[in-house]
Write a protein of this length. Structure first.
Lengths: 371, 254
């Protein structure tokens, strides 16, 4: 079964009813369980469960340490291009946003990567807007083949591709793919993605499945927090991750928590997500999916990120620049989103150590991904 | 009371894993407290070109035998590539073979493990494969020339202890090579049990790495392994469920 069918079959009115009627007793009994079901997960996302955040956090910490130890993997993004055919109303790359448009040449990308290598990074994420004429498969392949000689892990966070295109990128050394549905609510999806190829909800939704069939080692999904209604979006993320885990049992499934912050688009969140809600979602997901990677970007503030280290986070970016060429040109024009945690990688590493965790720069080997 | 693997003698029967520790400093102190001699390191964590401290920096190569492992490999080809890489790096030719296609429970793939073991043994590696507690597979790997077998007690990091007791007992009974119980050992009592059962050694990682005091916990495991081994060497009398008859049944045979 495809995930779209799973989603269509899901009774969201039942989900909201379970969440609304969640009792203290139910929450307590779930917190004493070793494994929790999808329904339990929904209850942990309820208003009632907010009173049990401390217990949830303690449990999330224990489970995470068992599977991941006291370590945080660090990575950095490289933005290739901010040219885009889409009109996502929340995004700084929105084609209607006037701002500087930059697409890096292959050699410029390599220079950015060299900079990150010298900063200690061995895991990188290539990010781009959707401009297929410029960010072509050939262009990506050339970049990846070069970077794969140096970097241990290369993931991509670009527009959805066809299965055969993923196959080509996998064959030259891309080991992971990040693709956010942004919002699972179809009505809101339509509203915030009015034009461009991204307005195709189902094609985007099936992207992790196309990637999974190719055999990527890591599949990272997420909802852009602040668009859809909190409980519903968190439910869908959990459902999607557990579907992918069962279907693509050889791929590690990770979940990100991108929360809408300022961007060139000046967009106000439709359903703002509080710090408390983000923590609730992170802990509930950890209890529901003990082995999922949980990823935090520099969209969040340094203080908030530091506090999430011991709550279930497994992976963090650091020192990120979200505009193409941002590492070597200090010019921040053309950012996708404003970076809130602007600390250097040394400062972030120090903060991780202060929490009693080890910052890890290498947790993969390119020999595994060799073609 | 020494352990012999591939012609090498060890006085410690506690192997340590090095992942999941909060810092290199604590790792290095835990190794010392455990008085271990064999230390396994995931090759995926090793970076000879590291800008920051590398995991290998925490391990004194003169004191410990570094046993690189192929964690992350999903099939035989990937595991073989990693093993060759370790050799190329000069880490040596001992390899803890891990082929775990499922990233969630990290359970080993028996078919790919056997395939990789056959290739690596032929290439001159000392192969220590991580396996499910499958007695037939253990024999097949022994026949393939592996130096030990390392059956799991329960999934990695689960702390569930020896859930595969009956199968491990068969593996121990039939093995001509050392049996090292690996994974799932969450408490010193689990390690002691494995040793009482006659395992030649145990491997512990998570239970020490994430303890609130890893150094003290490493020492606790050291003592448990020694106690279990000593009890095994004396021979533990099985529990008796029936009372023993006061007049002997075979008294007439005089």
């Amino acid at each position: 079964m495809k995930f779209i069918d799973v989603l269509n079959k899901t009774d969201f009115s039942k989900i909201s009813s379970i969440s609304e009627h969640a009792s203290d007793l139910e929450v307590k009994s779930i917190l004493s369980k070793e494994k929790i079901t999808f329904e339990d997960y929904i209850i942990l996302l309820s208003e009632t469960a907010v009173n049990y955040l401390e217990e949830m956090a303690r449990k999330a910490q224990m489970i995470t340490q068992k599977f991941f130890g006291k370590t945080i993997l660090l990575y950095a993004p490289i933005y290739l291009s901010n040219e885009c055919d889409n009109s996502c109303i929340y995004c700084g790359f929105n084609q209607k946003v006037s701002g500087k448009r930059i697409s890096l040449s292959v050699s410029e990308v390599i220079k950015e990567a060299d900079f990150l290598y010298d900063r200690g990074f061995r895991h990188i994420l290539l990010v781009s807007g959707e401009k297929k004429g410029i960010v072509s498969i050939a262009y990506l392949k050339e970049i990846v083949s070069t970077l794969h000689k140096k970097f241990e892990s290369i993931s991509i966070e670009i527009f959805p591709l066809e299965e055969n295109e993923y196959k080509e990128l996998f064959s030259v050394g891309v080991d992971g793919i990040t693709i956010y549905q942004e919002v699972y609510d179809k009505e809101i999806y339509k509203k915030v993605h009015p034009a461009g190829p991204k307005s195709d909800y189902e094609f985007r939704l099936a992207t992790p499945e196309r990637a999974g069939r190719v055999g990527f080692y890591r599949i990272n999904i997420g909802a852009l927090l602040g668009l859809g209604e909190f409980q519903k979006e968190a439910a869908c993320v959990g459902l999607h991750a557990s579907y992918l885990r069962k279907k693509f049992w050889k791929s590690q499934i990770s979940i990100s928590f991108p929360r809408i912050q300022g961007s060139g688009a000046n967009f106000k969140p439709i359903n703002p997500i509080s710090d408390k809600q983000l923590v609730q979602m992170l802990c509930a997901l950890r209890l529901f999916l003990p082995q999922a990677g949980l990823v935090l970007s520099t969209r969040e503030s340094g203080t908030f990120r530091d506090n999430l280290i011991s709550l279930g986070t497994t992976q963090m970016s650091a020192e990120s620049k979200t505009s193409p060429g941002g590492y070597l040109n200090c010019n921040q024009e053309g950012e996708q989103f404003n970076v809130s945690d602007k600390r250097s990688v040394e400062e972030v590493s120090q903060a991780i150590k202060l929490k009693g965790y080890e910052p890890v720069f290498k947790d993969w080997d390119k020999a595994l991904t060799q073609s | 009371m020494t352990l012999k693997i591939a012609g090498k003698t060890f006085s410690s029967r506690l192997f340590l894993g090095t992942g999941k520790f909060p810092s290199n400093e604590i790792l290095s102190k835990a190794l010392a407290a455990a008085e271990t001699e064999i230390v396994t390191v995931a090759l995926r964590r090793v970076d000879l070109d590291a800008k920051n401290e590398d995991i290998l920096d925490a391990i004194d190569k003169k004191k410990y035998l570094v046993l690189p492992n192929t964690s992350g490999a999903r099939d035989a080809d990937e595991a073989v590539r990693l093993a060759r890489l370790a050799k190329g790096m000069g880490i040596g030719n001992w390899i803890k073979l891990e082929v775990t296609p499922d990233p969630n429970y990290l359970l080993p793939d028996p078919i790919e493990t056997l395939k990789a073991a056959e290739i690596l043994v032929k290439e001159g590696f000392i192969v220590l494969p991580y396996i499910n507690a499958d007695p037939v597979l253990a024999k097949r790997l022994e026949e393939a020339g592996c130096a030990t077998v390392m059956p799991l007690g329960s999934p990695i990091g689960s702390h569930q202890g020896i859930r595969t007791k009956e199968a491990i007992e068969i593996i121990i009974e039939q093995a001509n090579i050392p049996v090292v119980v690996d994974a799932g050992i969450g408490a010193p009592s689990h390690a002691a049990l494995a040793m009482e059962m006659g395992a030649d050694a145990v491997l512990v990682n998570t239970a020490i790495a994430i303890a609130s005091d890893p150094i003290k916990m490493a020492e606790a495991f050291k003592l448990a392994v020694m106690a279990g081994r000593k009890a095994f060497s004396v021979g533990i009398r099985g529990s008796q469920k029936t009372a023993s008859a006061s007049s002997p049944l075979t008294g007439f045979l005089r």
